[in-house]
Design a protein around this ligand. Structure first.
Ligand SMILES: Nc1ncnc2c1ncn2[C@@H]1O[C@H](COP(=O)(O)OP(=O)(O)OP(=O)(O)O)[C@@H](O)[C@H]1O
Ligand SMILES: [Zn+2]
Length: 741
């Protein structure tokens, strides 16, 4: 009797909703090889061969055999665990994303799936420095210099990766190897990160810290799911407390994952980890070299990366046995991904922890309103650290009313620092302490305008002003990256010397600070000046060593840093984040300013915070001044509840975009006509998005608002499936949107 060939389902890493059916591969003995769900395979799709995962459930026996293709090969990597497969399905369902796109985030390193034979890698050669002399002689070409720069930063590159990263041809790499400047070695295929030192002990904890740490440790030992909010004022030792929980996970032989909002800016955190545990954790972020990426993925999958610290994408890695998740600064907006799969890493981390049967800790001094409402309803538990470590007090917060204390003009143009703030800076510097000026705006000026005709310089591809970056004498669009030289004459009326910068960015504050305090050592810290983790670390070290005493920065300085001599924080424009029709504008402003304020006076010297505002009566300013976070949350909760806004109601945004405006409007009109009627939900729109033009695409927005008991996903699915979008039009659903641009 002829036996039917066996088939299985494979979810391919393409933007497709469901698994396809394939034939099991044939072994050398001519028999089919049995596969288990979770095994990683390569399968033909059209003319390509792509990675996929054997999925749960039976293939459809009714599909004719001749339509089925055979699995090409089976990867040696450990099968994806059921926990991760279920998580992929859950995320796809919740975010309305194709399952294949979510799976692709888990299999994000195709090279890691290949069988690993020892591979030839390159690094800076041991005696590269002694070759300096020869290097002079041979006069490194700029192509060669680029390669040297890359390997100086980190080793472990294949020839192809190295050439690609340096933007040169592989013959340049060969040439340098001949010269002896770089050398090759073989890497063993066993990928691992060293185990943390087991007898390392942390600092002696205060009674409050100890109580919180003990609670977390017993949860880790209990090996079951729970969500705990670690709610402690800035500088209360949240990090020290959760380090104890990490230690407990390691003792259990399980892995720990720490999600940080900006891993590239976390040099202090990494130093502390190394001090505490004797080794560095595995890092996961976009700056890893391809070789390190592959090593890390493999080590995580085989349980040889005990602690992973990373950006939101670290949540998607194939952990072999996750025993603890920490989300530090859980209120941070950067945990929301707004590209490809739109997901919130904090919320999805809670789901993943549940699947792994492990506790998850959400740490913050200013937990999100969503999180606090979950505490109130009993879904999350809470541990409180009420005071700063070592008895340091909370800083005094004062408001400067800009309507009365107007910044004086400087010789060179308008000034932005009030008399009160100038005086406080002077005092601080005279006392030998450090001051920080905060303005959450990169560049020199957010707008450039022609004095003669009023023309404003705008991005040709976006609804956005061009921002002047004086250091490079260029204009830049902060939405699409468009950049152009600063014109000499007005592009509209041709007038000369007529373009004036309007408003301040941090570069302009640096200019004013240098003018007012010529004796100070002024430094700037913004995401575009901190171009690499190394550059950030260097700056942080300079501040720690007090080579800098007047720091100017954007939100990158707000996060987690601990500078004992920093006693004054001045916020140049505290009202900046309050505008723009974003439902979380007040909350975000409160969190950010509270966080910035928290940098002041963290050790024995008392801290002082001055907020320049034109609206001192605003609840955000009042509660910051009173240091009353819970009162702010109460006011905010009332406002949101009244509008049935999250977390009391639910939202999903639908963003429709395309290159042709009339085609787009036609399609949106069709969508609007097919909006169904609901009880407890409504769909608003279409409205031009605030960024009505982005990267050359026109954009319209709809907003689905529903009661908390109704899932907007189902509404979106039914409604949007009625109309097929023309090929040039893209429809994106953003469930629980954070950006309304
Ligand atoms: N029990 C302790 N013994 C010694 N030093 C401690 C202790 N607890 C905290 N510290 C120190 O106090 C400083 C602040 O602690 P930590 O950074 O953990 O606070 P945090 O709550 O995470 O702060 P933030 O929210 O502002 O980032 C750190 O330098 C930390 O090493
Ligand atoms: Zn642009």
């Amino acid at each position: 009797m002829n036996k039917q060939p066996l088939r299985c389902r494979v979810q391919v890493v393409l933007p497709i909703e469901k698994p396809y059916d394939y034939l099991l591969p044939y072994g050398t003995d001519g028999a089919q090889i049995a596969l288990e769900p979770g095994q990683v395979v390569m399968v033909p799709v059209g003319r390509r061969v792509l990675p996929g995962v054997v999925w749960d459930g039976d293939a459809d026996e009714n599909v004719p055999l001749k339509k089925l293709k055979e699995i090409v090969s089976v990867s040696e990597v450990p099968p994806l665990r059921e926990e991760l497969r279920k998580f992929v399905e859950w995320v796809a369902n919740y975010t309305l994303s194709p399952q294949g796109s979510v799976l692709k985030m888990a299999l994000s390193v195709p090279q890691a799936l290949e069988d690993q034979v020892g591979q030839k890698l390159y690094r800076l050669s041991g005696d590269a420095l002694s070759k300096e002399g020869e290097r002079e002689k041979t006069r490194l070409t700029s192509a060669r210099q680029k390669v040297i720069d890359v390997v100086t930063n980190s080793g472990g590159w294949t020839s192809a990766d190295l050439a690609r990263e340096a933007g040169v041809s592989s013959s340049v790499v060969k040439g340098l190897e001949k010269l002896g400047m770089i050398e090759s070695y073989f890497e063993a295929p066993d990928f691992f990160f060293p185990a943390p030192v087991s007898d390392a002990v942390g600092p002696e904890l205060s009674p409050d810290q100890k109580a919180a740490a003990d609670d977390l440790v017993s949860r880790v030992q209990g090996r079951s799911f729970s969500t705990v909010v670690l709610d402690g004022v800035t500088g209360s030792g949240k990090t020290e407390v959760y380090f104890e929980a990490i230690e407990a996970a390691l003792r259990e032989g399980r892995q720990a994952l720490v999600l940080l909002p900006e891993i590239a800016l976390s040099s202090q955190w990494l130093d502390r980890f190394k001090q505490r545990f004797g080794v560095a954790p595995a890092e996961w972020h976009s700056d890893l070299t391809p070789a390190l990426r592959r090593k890390t993925w493999r080590a995580v999958a085989s349980g040889k990366a005990p602690v992973v610290v990373g950006a939101r994408s670290a949540l998607m890695l194939p952990y072999s046995d996750l025993g603890l998740i920490i989300v530090d600064e859980e209120h941070e907006g950067s945990f929301k991904q707004e590209d490809g799969v739109y997901y919130h890493a904090r919320d999805m981390a809670v789901v993943r922890a549940k699947g792994c049967g492990c506790p998850i800790v959400l740490a913050s001094a200013t937990p999100a309103l969503e999180t606090m409402v979950n505490v109130q309803s009993g879904r999350y538990e809470r541990l409180i650290l009420p005071g700063r470590h070592g008895g340091a007090g909370m800083p005094d917060v004062e408001l400067i009313d800009l309507r009365f204390d107007k910044p004086e003009r400087l010789q060179s143009g308008p000034g932005w620092l009030s008399q009160a703030l100038r005086g406080a800076i002077r005092q601080t510097l005279e006392a030998g302490e450090q001051a920080m000026l905060f303005l959450n705006r990169r560049g020199y000026a957010p707008l450039t305008l022609c004095r003669t005709c009023g023309h404003r310089l705008q991005c040709p591809h976006c609804t956005a002003w061009l921002v002047e970056h004086r250091r490079f004498r260029r204009l830049q669009c902060h939405h699409c990256g468009f950049s152009a030289a600063l014109p000499e004459t007005c592009p509209s009326c041709g007038a000369e010397d007529s373009l004036v910068p309007c408003g301040p960015g941090v570069e302009r504050i640096v200019e004013e600070a240098k003018l007012l305090f010529p004796e100070a050592n002024v430094a700037l810290m913004a995401s575009d000046t901190m171009t690499s983790p190394a550059a950030t670390k260097e700056m942080v070290d300079r501040i720690q060593n007090r080579e800098v005493n007047l720091l100017v920065g954007t939100q990158v300085v707000a996060k987690g840093y601990h500078f004992p001599y920093l006693t004054l924080v001045g916020v140049v424009d505290a009202d900046l984040g309050l505008f723009g029709g974003d439902l979380r504008a007040a909350e975000r402003t409160f969190q950010l300013l509270h966080q910035v304020a928290g940098r002041a006076g963290r050790a024995e010297h008392k801290g002082r915070v001055l907020l320049q505002t034109s609206d001192p009566k605003h609840p955000v300013m009042q509660t910051l001044k009173e240091g009353d976070r819970d009162k702010f949350l109460e006011i905010e909760a009332e406002t949101r509840a009244r509008g049935n806004l999250p977390p009391f109601g639910r939202l999903a945004a639908v963003i429709v975009s395309g290159p042709d405006e009339s085609e787009l409007d036609n399609f949106c009109a069709g969508l609007a006509r097919s909006i169904p009627q609901f009880d407890g939900a409504q769909i608003l729109g279409p409205a031009p998005a605030p960024l009505a033009l982005l990267r050359g695409k026109f954009r319209r927005r709809f907003l689905i608002m529903s009661k908390k008991t109704i899932a907007p996903q189902g509404i979106a699915r039914n409604w949007l499936s009625q109309l097929k979008a023309p090929s040039r039009i893209k429809v994106v659903v953003d469930v629980d949107p954070y950006s309304f641009l």
